[in-house]
Design a protein around this ligand. Sequence first.
Ligand SMILES: [Cu+2]
Length: 268
Amino acid sequence: MAVGLDATWATGADAGRRIPRARRAGPPQRQVSCLLAVLACLATAAASAATPFSTLDPAGPSARAIAWLWWIMAGTSIAITLGMIALACHGTLRKSRSAGPSERTWLLGGGILFPSLVLSGFLGMGAYAGWSMADRLAAPPFTVQIRARQWHWEARYPETELPLVRSVNVVHIPAGVPVKFRVSSPDVIHSFWVPRLGGKVDAVPGRINEVRLQADRPGIYRGLCAEFCGAGHAQMMLEVHAHEASELARVLATLPQVGTPIDGGDPQ
Ligand SMILES: [Cu+2]
């Protein structure tokens, strides 16, 4: 609360008690700077919302849950900043030390209870966003194996009625249904991320990590490696092509076949 105040120490009857007395000062500059920084971030986010890699332009339920969480956190941070500015202005501009909440009340309410409630709310919403991408009981109707390697992506489609086919740096999925991505790596750690469809998942050697994503409509969704993996990391891009079901079957039929699944099997 003392941030931004130009305080002097009381004299006379208050001498020796070291009670800060605020001089009449201008607006609390640090809080205003924080608010301007938050507004600048929001303006930047809004300006970048239409880019191919924007998490603020969600195209599926998982990405939408993450975007909502981001907006709620941004709105809450603005509301808290405004509240702090209002309190600081009130403390600076008030004419007398009128009776108010005690220091104990401020400490317990503002220092423990309020942040606990806010952070618990964020935790719950974050858990829901993560749950929306986790593999749940009902099996998705379509599965893609993703193999990340220095420095490209390979996709295989093991659960189609076609012979096993593969594509490189392009992943074909059906639109409008959940898709299970089973992500692995034969060399180093990569991170599979299609921002408009949902959160990222690491590709770890010796493991298969799963994430469930959905594209609401047919289209092309850009993705990238989100974990530095060597000299070619910056060029490790991919595209997810979401198709109508009939179109997907036609596209998969044109892909080159492979003889075996990834690493000779798909270990669970
Ligand atoms: Cu990488």
